[in-house]
Design a protein around this ligand. Structure first.
Ligand code: URA
Length: 242
């Protein structure tokens, strides 16, 4: 189930804001009944009409994208920066599932399927995301332990699933750490390492669940197969997963 204004926007008919205007003005009906309530929930099966037009049910599209540095995870940017959508020429209203920072590289999904996006992002589904971070300074065992026991970020305790020191560059006083998290707070990794005095100099997301960047180079994408999408739903719903 999703909010009516989102269903209208997801269909490509208009923006969410415009959809809200149509609803409030009484120009939207669901299964033949006028709806003016903004929070109304609808499902895939509902027949939605906007201003006399039946909404087209869009084919769903799912992509894995290797985001380069210097690209924003948004559908538009008022500062004119490159967005992830500049790498796609789909006629569907794609949007990124979650965010990576402007300077972070790596894997991100794009879709026009709100249900899929919610499923991937919902904290209860605990989808692990693996990152590789280059840090200023060389992190020690005590700080890794501290991070593993949980760091409070924006008043919420974030406990990474795994933290592993991969290599140390004594000459340049940096190190490489692999860290796996299952939530997705704003700048979470930077804040986690910042809490123990290490700046994140570079950050790359290597995988989301069992989907990796294999076969992709920076700036390239591929479609997720129907099988992968199904497997991701099964993965998210698997409560016994470690
Ligand atoms: N954590 C961060 O700090 N930045 C990202 O882009 C993703 C996770």
């Amino acid at each position: 189930m999703l909010r009516l204004q989102k269903a209208i926007a997801d269909s490509g008919f208009c923006s969410r804001r415009k959809a809200e205007e149509y609803i409030v003005k009484g120009k939207v009906s669901v299964n033949g009944k006028k709806v003016t309530e903004l929070g109304t929930k609808v499902s895939e099966k509902d027949e939605i009409m906007v201003d006399g037009n039946a909404l087209l049910k869009q084919d769903k599209e799912y992509y894995v994208f290797y985001k380069p540095r210097g690209v924003i995870c948004s559908t538009n940017d008022d500062k004119g920066r490159k967005t992830v959508l500049d790498f796609f020429n789909s006629n569907k209203r794609l949007y990124p599932v979650g965010r990576l920072d402007y300077d972070t590289t790596g894997i991100i999904f794009l879709t026009n399927d709100g249900e899929f996006a919610n499923m991937m992002l919902h904290p209860k589904n605990n989808i692990p995301k693996v990152y590789i971070a280059k840090l200023s300074g060389v992190i020690d065992g005590a700080d890794i332990k501290k991070i593993k026991s949980g760091v409070v970020i924006d008043e919420v305790k974030c406990t990474p699933d795994r933290v592993k020191l991969k290599s140390v560059d004594r000459k340049n006083n940096t190190c490489i750490v692999q860290i796996t998290i299952h939530d997705g707070r704003n700048h979470e990794i930077k804040k986690i390492f910042g809490s123990v005095g290490h700046e994140v100099l570079k950050l790359k997301r290597e995988s989301i669940g069992f989907i990796t960047l294999d076969g992709l180079t920076s700036g390239k994408s591929r479609k997720l197969t129907t099988k992968e999408v199904k497997q991701l739903y099964a993965y998210a719903n698997d409560t016994k997963r470690e």
